[in-house]
Design a protein around this ligand. Structure first.
Ligand code: ACO
Ligand code: ZN
Length: 442
């Protein structure tokens, strides 16, 4: 047993599990991770939490060495703990010292918790984030990514705490800060290395075609081909994985196009965020991954990216949907976007009758997503086999307002984009990689 609280546990008579034995051997004296704890979060509130990992406190190494020499035992204060606060997103997981921990005697019985959830029919938002992943894949994902290894990034003039583990190459882990060149996205372990690079870096915008420009807001969008610019796109994926939990770790870059949103200043086009899109439209997704860098979030750029993905769908003639699973923030942003777009469409009709299909055709939002959004805000009712959608202007306006700021407009006259000519050679089972955009009339 590792802690006093644990001794009081309900599981008194049971033998220590394999996991407990291993933990005892590897981390003698540390708090037992098999019991819930109360932990003090960043807001200084005491909340229920779980210990994910522990490590010896590096500043105390000398003291620890002395203790070991005197054959004194290590105790819980010799360690710091990586904790997950229950019922919150994993991006809030963090390393804390033992004085932010209080013990409980509540054993973490995963099976019992799962059974309880099943019985109550609870699917919480974190379960939704694993939509499309089976139990094994989810477990594997959680195990492989349980502790983040890079705590901060420096990107241009901004620094930001990271949210999740990202599979950077060996040698780029266990770092306090990782330094990026904000133009070519190469990354460095020290600021000096990054500065040396900046002196030589020739890029001042993403390496692709500028397909959109909004002069008034100084925004641009560049299309970067994952096949032609592999290193740039790989670096972008490493970077974005620091803020995206649910996407798988293994990136196939070449089948994707990356649409990078930038903000222009006198020093260049600074990356604000991006979305990726599969070149092969047959999977039905008009967007694969979306990210707005933390220092640009909640300014409307996320909904602008989503807006752009639907404008591209309108051009390539496909009804689109984002790839699942959606993250909690992805879901909030999509629900906000879908609801507002649907309400905007209904209001243009001025009371004329319409069908769900009309909404789909005019917004390029997939039928299931239209229904999902309308249901979430209570605008749709089924009655005696008929579907009714609320068109009361006052109610529509209230809901529109609740959904936050409207998406930044895409001025389609400034969008110069042709669908990617994707060809898959079925006989040779390979992608025709040098596919050229097919010119289409718009
Ligand atoms: N809390 C509450 N509501 C939120 C939040 C939040 N943290 N973030 C977005 N919303 C809702 C709000 O309604 C917001 O409108 P408002 O700010 O006017 O109230 C609306 O969504 C959209 O806000 P934007 O400013 O347009 O979105 P943002 O620029 O912050 O980008 C995004 C949203 C891309 C999801 C961003 O949070 C992000 O990059 N998160 C990390 C990566 C991620 O989760 N990506 C989505 C994965 S799903 C997929 O890839 C298919
Ligand atoms: Zn560079």
């Amino acid at each position: 047993m590792h802690s006093k609280g644990a001794k009081k546990s309900l599981k008194v008579n049971s033998e220590p599990s394999q996991k407990e034995k291993k933990y005892e051997k590897e981390s003698p004296g540390a708090h037992n991770p098999n019991y819930f704890i109360m932990a003090q979060n960043k807001d200084e509130e005491w909340v229920k939490a779980k210990i994910i990992e522990c490590r010896l406190i590096s500043e105390n190494i000398e003291e620890i060495g002395k203790k070991l020499k005197k054959s004194k035992k290590l105790d819980e204060h010799s360690y710091e703990y990586y904790v997950h606060y229950c019922h919150t997103n994993r991006r809030l997981d963090e390393w804390i010292s033992s004085d932010r921990i209080k013990l409980t005697s509540e054993y973490i019985d995963e099976e019992k918790i799962k059974e309880e959830k099943r019985r109550k029919g609870i699917i919480n938002s974190s379960d939704e984030e694993y939509e499309g992943m089976d139990q094994n894949a989810r477990k594997e994902h959680e195990e492989a990514t349980k502790v983040k290894t890079i705590m901060r990034i420096q990107f241009g003039e901004y620094t930001s705490e990271t949210w999740y583990y990202s599979p950077f190459p060996d040698g780029y882990h266990n770092l306090d800060t990782l330094y990026f060149c904000e133009f070519c996205l190469s990354f460095y372990k020290t600021d000096q290395e990054r500065r040396n690079h900046m002196g030589k870096c020739k890029l001042s915008h993403p390496p692709g075609n500028e397909i959109y420009r909004d002069e008034e807001l100084d925004l641009s969008m560049f299309e970067v081909d994952g096949f032609k610019n592999q290193t740039y796109c790989e670096n972008l994926c490493y970077l974005s994985k620091l803020f995206l939990d649910h996407k798988l770790l293994y990136y196939a870059i070449t089948p994707f196009l990356f649409y990078i949103l930038t903000l222009k200043t006198e020093t260049g086009h600074h990356v604000v965020g991006y979305f990726s899109k599969n070149k092969d439209p047959s999977d039905g997704n008009n967007l694969s991954c979306i990210l707005v860098l933390p220092f640009y979030q909640r300014k409307g750029y996320g909904k602008l990216l989503i807006n752009m993905s639907y404008e591209l769908s309108k051009i390539d003639g496909n009804i689109g949907t984002p790839e699942r699973p959606l993250s909690d923030l992805g879901r909030l942003s999509y629900l906000s976007f879908w609801t507002q777009k649907i309400i905007e469409y209904i209001k243009t009709l001025d009371g004329k009758p319409f069908t769900l299909d009309d909404i789909v055709k005019n917004t390029a939002i997939r039928l299931i997503d239209v229904i999902d959004a309308l249901e979430r805000v209570n605008l749709i009712k089924k009655y005696k086999g008929e579907i009714y959608i609320c068109t009361n202007t006052q109610i529509l306006d209230e809901i529109y307002k609740k959904m936050g700021r409207p998406a930044i407009e895409v001025h389609t006259e400034n969008l110069h984009w042709h669908p990617f000519y994707y060809e898959y050679n079925k006989n040779e089972k390979k992608e025709v990689r040098n596919g050229r955009p097919r010119r289409r009339r718009r």
